[in-house]
Design a protein around this ligand. Structure first.
Ligand SMILES: Cc1ncc(COP(=O)(O)O)c(C=O)c1O
Length: 384
């Protein structure tokens, strides 16, 4: 199905507030929300049509387990867009990336064992691994967003069952180089620590950076690692619950086989949408990445003009800006002041770990108009 013009029109604030997703439902009608990692753009037309057609057929039953067309769609997408040779026999469907990560940790580790990841890090890593009974250990990132190798070594020396790698990284938008990944693979293999590579943001890399899929890094990466991905972030389909675990070695394949039988309960809507995204979504995705680049440039200019004191590294991927607001004097949790006084909701830095004190995470996947308004609201908070 060929796609023609791509419509990325974002509705006015009042219409966004009619959405029932957490990003909008959590806030009063006057609040501009740039919180949860979902985009304000309309979804790709082929996906919309496929979902409408599914409803028209009253086709809301169970998904066919192990649907081969879906794995083949992922194989094609990974090859075309990610430089990643995926073996369809080593693709396992899971409801979402977080469920995949937690079930993998349960297959690898016993309660009380350590699960590590970089800090700052995606907030559910802090909450959900702990809730699942694991000991959470963090590794600092350096000022460029790279994993601090000394910190990694001292953590791995204390026996870590799994290292959860977010690459491209949420919240910094850093894309790890081949060298960074190879060093991580080497060290984790030497320590017999599994690497669970969460690559959900990989299709959203901007020109100038290159995403290296974990399973393309080295034999050590393949032996001691699995990758997790989904159409949900790049195509804005988080509601639909479909994600993938991918392996590329016998050892990891055997480990994934230990997952409980019910792990592959993805939704039929999600599997249909993912298949269409992977086979007919390229034009839309390219338009979105182009718009996000424009937004990133505009954000840089607006922050420089209205909040020149803040400190940030424009992300190499994702639509998330990790902004150090410490110089604004709004305390450890500046998001509270921005919400109370500017009526703009931003990710709360401390939810991303202690390294997030003084930071906000700003989601710029919206219209240039809303984005400009957001910076004005932030500036208003400071000027008051
Ligand atoms: C790094 C990272 N991993 C996982 C997720 C969640 O993915 P899922 O909805 O498939 O669990 C997100 C969502 O923003 C994310 O940023």
């Amino acid at each position: 199905m060929a796609e023609t013009a791509v419509d990325l029109t974002v509705p006015p604030l009042a219409d966004l507030h009619r959405r029932r997703s957490e990003k909008w439902a959590l806030h009063d009608g006057d609040v501009l929300s740039l919180t949860v990692a979902e985009m304000d753009f309309p979804i790709a037309a082929p996906i919309r049509e496929a979902l409408f057609a599914t409803i028209e057929r009253n086709d809301l039953g169970y998904a066919l387990p192990g649907a081969p067309a879906l794995a083949e769609a992922l194989v094609g997408f990974a090859d075309r867009r990610l430089g990643w040779a995926v073996d369809p026999e080593q693709v396992t469907v899971v409801p979402d990336v977080m469920v995949g990560l937690i079930e993998l940790c349960r297959a690898i580790a016993a309660p009380g064992h350590a699960v590590a990841f970089a800090s700052p890090g995606y907030p559910p890593f802090f909450v959900e691994f702990q809730a699942a009974g694991f000991r959470v250990v963090t590794v600092d990132l350096d000022s460029q967003g790279k994993i601090d190798l000394e910190a990694l070594d001292s953590v791995l020396a204390r026996r870590v069952a799994a290292f959860v790698l977010s690459n491209p990284h949420n919240p910094t938008g850093h894309v790890a180089t081949r060298e960074e990944l190879a060093r991580l693979a080497e060290r984790c293999a030497a320590a017999e620590t599994w690497v669970l590579a969460d690559e959900i943001h990989a299709p959203l890399v901007f020109p100038g950076a290159e995403h290296i899929p974990w399973l393309e890094v080295s034999d050590a990466a393949r032996e001691y690692g699995v990758a997790l991905t989904s159409a949900s972030k790049a195509f804005n389909l988080a509601a639909l619950k479909t994600a993938f675990i991918v392996t590329a070695a016998e050892r990891s394949r055997e480990m994934v086989k230990r997952l409980p039988a019910q792990h592959d309960h993805a939704s039929l809507l999600g599997t249909i949408a993912a298949e269409v995204a992977f086979t007919a979504g390229d034009t839309w995705l390219e338009a979105v990445v182009g718009q996000l680049q424009l937004n990133r440039t505009q954000l840089a200019a607006d922050l420089a003009a209205h909040l020149p004191q803040v400190d940030w590294i424009p992300p190499q991927a994702t639509y998330l800006a990790w902004v150090n607001c410490t110089p604004l004097g709004l305390g450890d949790e500046p998001a509270s002041a921005f919400l109370a006084h500017g009526r703009v909701a931003l990710g709360r830095g401390l939810d991303y770990g202690q390294a997030g004190a003084g930071y906000v995470r700003l989601n710029f996947a919206t219209s240039p108009t809303h984005l400009r308004d957001a910076v004005r609201r932030m500036a208003r908070t400071v000027e008051r």
